[in-house]
Design a protein. Structure first.
Length: 123
């Protein structure tokens, strides 16, 4: 009963004493936080245009990567999935992709995935 009330009062007195002993450190911390925030806002003001275009190009790059669309600008090569040639090697089916005379085998979907409905038909 009364002991808990007295203990709570002592705890609050210690907390208040800590604030009275360290108020200047708290004020210094608030001033430093305000200065850093102002510096961040000023830097953001001057770099907003660069950040805007970076975000635009990053979104385009992520969409291109996720949808697996690769544009090779130096050579002007665009892969069309309809023209891929299927090759059998060791009982497994592969798609044969050639870019600049480089052949890369990509594994086909297994029948279990086809039966489950995960097969993508590029025709």
């Amino acid at each position: 009963g009364i002991n808990h009330v007295l203990d709570a009062r002592e705890i609050w007195m210690k907390i208040f004493e800590d604030y009275t002993n360290s108020w200047y450190w708290i004020l210094i911390g608030l001033v430093i936080a305000m200065a850093v925030s102002l510096l961040f806002i000023l830097l953001l003001r001057f770099t907003a245009g660069v950040l805007f275009w970076f975000v635009i190009f990053a979104v385009i790059a992520v969409i291109g990567y996720v949808t697996d669309i690769w544009l090779m600008l130096p050579t002007g090569v665009v892969i069309e999935f309809r023209s891929l040639k299927r090759v059998s090697c060791g009982g497994r089916e592969f798609q044969h992709v050639s870019l600049n005379n480089i052949a890369v085998p990509y594994p086909m979907y297994s029948p279990s995935q086809t039966e489950m409905g995960f097969h993508i038909d590029w025709r």
